[in-house]
Design a protein around this ligand. Sequence first.
Ligand SMILES: O=P(O)(O)O[C@@H]1C[C@H](O)[C@@H](CO)O1
Ligand code: GUN
Length: 294
Amino acid sequence: LHENNNNCCSFEDYKLTTDWLLNRTNLRPKVAVICGSGLGLLADAVSNKVSFRYQDIPNFPVSTVPGHEGCLVFGTVDETPCVFMQGRVHLYEGYSLCQVTFPIRMFKLMGVESVIVTNAAGGICPDFKVGDIMVIKDHINLPGFAGEHPLCGPNDERFGIRFPCMSDAYSKQMRRLAVDVGTDLGCSNFIREGVYCMVSGPNFETIAEARMLLVLGCDAVGMSTVPEVTVAKHCGLRVLGLSLITNKVSVDYSREEKVNYEEVLQISKMRAEVLQKIVTQLISRLQQQSINTH
Ligand SMILES: O=P(O)(O)O[C@@H]1C[C@H](O)[C@@H](CO)O1
Ligand SMILES: Nc1nc2[nH]cnc2c(=O)[nH]1
């Protein structure tokens, strides 16, 4: 699992980890939530909690950055069996995209149907404010343009097809639900919709890069999410993406303020509680909708 290529994980690796976990909990999660930087609190709303530290789970990649606790939490949200990842790993930590996306295929083998992916991101869209929550409607896979793509290499048909469609990666139904839930919770003045762009990081953008992203149609920029969403869509999972805008990305040479990770974590912590309410409400309503449609 530690070779730096996109095919370092075999079907048997995913299976082994899945079986290891399922042998240690009776829960069979239907929804998986990935908590971005500083957003681990999202998992605090679950009942009947069973937690595993990433370092104890075979094959599981271990987070190395502050704000990513490194715990996999199984539990229920309003009767729905869920699994929460408190923290993720990133390309810039030195992990391959196969390792970065390892949990997604494991979720698939566990029987998960929907994935909610969250992240901390910089706001490119001039209308966005710090603290806004952006429902991701689409993404730009910038590392993918340069061949740094989680689906490069031999395709395993047990997960999905060779050339997956990505124009509908983010479920319309879940996006609509997220906006509705946000509105009902009184958050409509800071719920947005937009396009997320992934860069590899770890540095934040230069002003010229930020200007380029603006011209390309990006509303927010971050260092995660896209590989996970790509692999989730490939294996047929329903996806919702939520970006917390933790800072404004400067496109102006005269602006003096400089982004730093402490600020990112501070804003994440400030908004984690409201994001938790949105995510838990969403999971409850998702459950109601699926009961009503079956
Ligand atoms: O895991 P996420 O996408 O929330 O983490 C973001 C991207 C970098 O890890 C870090 C930079 O601020 O936050
Ligand atoms: N690339 C990038 N990632 C972020 N994560 C949180 N803020 C930012 C940002 O401004 N740029």
